[in-house]
Design a binder for this molecule. Structure first.
Ligand SMILES: C[S@@+](CC[C@H](N)C(=O)[O-])C[C@H]1O[C@@H](n2cnc3c(N)ncnc32)[C@H](O)[C@@H]1O
Length: 376
């Protein structure tokens, strides 16, 4: 079931059939930028749940969710979380989703193994299943633990600006309101749910948008119906799925074949908000002819001026150097940001603009041409 094995031996965009505790070790070390895991919950349902009208509730009573004891579940959890460390890049992050039945045990084991928790996200189900017996609160949320591989790791991906922009320019919070998977999104086999715990695509899209960039590899060791793969494909990420039940693999393969890959212009605009900005030195503005040797820069109050030189330096009175060192000398400070300090005359509208405006124009042109090349 491995379809696309890259040169590095990484089976990208494919589903591996097997037990993730073994299959993860067969994969090359550090092949995943992010892991999303939706493991068995260990619901331990002793008897079938019924509604007040005696009809049966479609609960999770699958074999894959059955463990003989909490101890056995903990051992299982420790094994797969340890195996995940083999494939996860040092700069990668891991998401684990679970309900109150399991998430506290999982969180504790994650910390024991060295993972460092960044957030716990509360996925609030806007349409939860009611508590049928009226004996406790309606359980209306699941928890997602988001962790990096170790406490000291600094290089993980978090698309802060993307999340904020998607949230109407308000910092994204850790409570996410997303409905349960239903309607046409719910996969059916012979009229019945193909999988008892298919997750909403919207949830996975947010997780992937937040913590990866286009082209990165997302690994899901409990692939089920392939929700992670479908979201990754739509967002132009690569995926690797592991699933032990062939029936679910067949459903996921069909689903992924029908899922269209997002185009660069559809999915990358927001992510670009967090893309590392290309460095544009001042000399580049001169090389590109946006400023010419001899052009005058001024301070905002027009009290000081500097002349642009052929070699990308500037001169003000007796000072010659970079826009920053000359700005610092003129301002009488130890350091000074020349991009903000120096103004140029915008000949189109006759206004004074900080040099930073010119730099932004060049950056945008550069990013647009890179995107056009990628789309071609
Ligand atoms: C909670 S479900 C995941 C559902 C999935 N997120 C979706 O949206 O369809 C857990 C899945 O893990 C699979 N599974 C359980 N134990 C496994 C193991 N040791 N290795 C690989 N897959 C396993 C089960 O067959 C089940 O499909």
């Amino acid at each position: 079931m491995k379809s696309d094995v890259s040169k590095s031996g990484i089976p990208l965009d494919s589903i591996i059939h097997g037990d993730c505790r073994e299959e993860l070790y067969r994969l090359p070390e550090h092949c995943a930028d992010m892991i999303f895991a939706d493991p068995p919950y260990n619901l331990q349902l002793a008897k079938r749940l019924r509604r007040p009208d005696s009809s049966l509730v479609d609960a999770v009573d699958d074999d894959w969710d059955a463990f003989a004891s909490l101890h056995e579940y903990d051992e299982f959890t420790r094994d797969w979380l340890t195996a995940c460390r083999h494939v996860l890049k040092d700069t990668g992050t891991i998401w684990v989703i679970g309900s109150y039945h399991c998430i506290f045990r999982i969180g504790s084991i994650m910390q024991d193994l060295g993972y460092w928790i960044l957030n716990d996200i509360v996925w609030i189900k806007s349409n939860p299943t009611p508590n049928m017996n009226g004996t406790r609160f309606c359980n209306a949320h699941d928890t997602l633990i988001w962790a990096k591989k170790s406490r000291d790791e600094r290089g993980y991906t978090f698309n802060y600006r993307t999340m904020k922009a998607a949230n109407d320019d308000v910092q994204m919070r850790s409570d996410w309101y997303i409905p349960l998977c239903g309607g046409s999104e719910r996969l059916l086999t012979d009229g019945l749910k193909s999988h008892s715990t298919q997750k909403p695509l919207a949830l996975l899209k947010r997780v992937i948008s937040a913590s990866t960039r286009p082209g990165m590899t997302v690994l899901d060791p409990f692939f089920g119906t392939g929700t992670t793969g479908a979201a990754a494909k739509q967002l132009k990420r690569r995926y690797i799925g592991i699933e032990r039940e062939p029936g679910y693999i067949a459903v996921a393969q069909q689903r992924l074949a029908a899922t269209e890959t997002g185009t660069q212009s559809q999915d990358c605009n927001l992510t670009d908000l967090d893309a590392p900005k290309p460095r544009i030195p001042f000399g580049t503005l001169v090389e590109l002819g946006l400023l010419k040797p001899g052009d005058i820069l001024t301070t905002a109050d027009l009290k000081s001026r500097a002349v642009v030189q052929q070699d990308g330096t500037i001169v003000s009175n007796d000072f010659r150097g970079s826009i920053h060192t000359v700005a610092a000398a003129v301002a009488g400070k130890h350091t000074c940001n020349g991009w903000q300090f120096w103004m140029y005359l915008d000949t189109v509208d006759g206004t004074l603009q900080p040099l930073d405006t010119l730099r932004s124009i060049v950056r945008t042109q550069l990013l647009n041409s890179t995107r056009e090349r990628q789309e071609a």
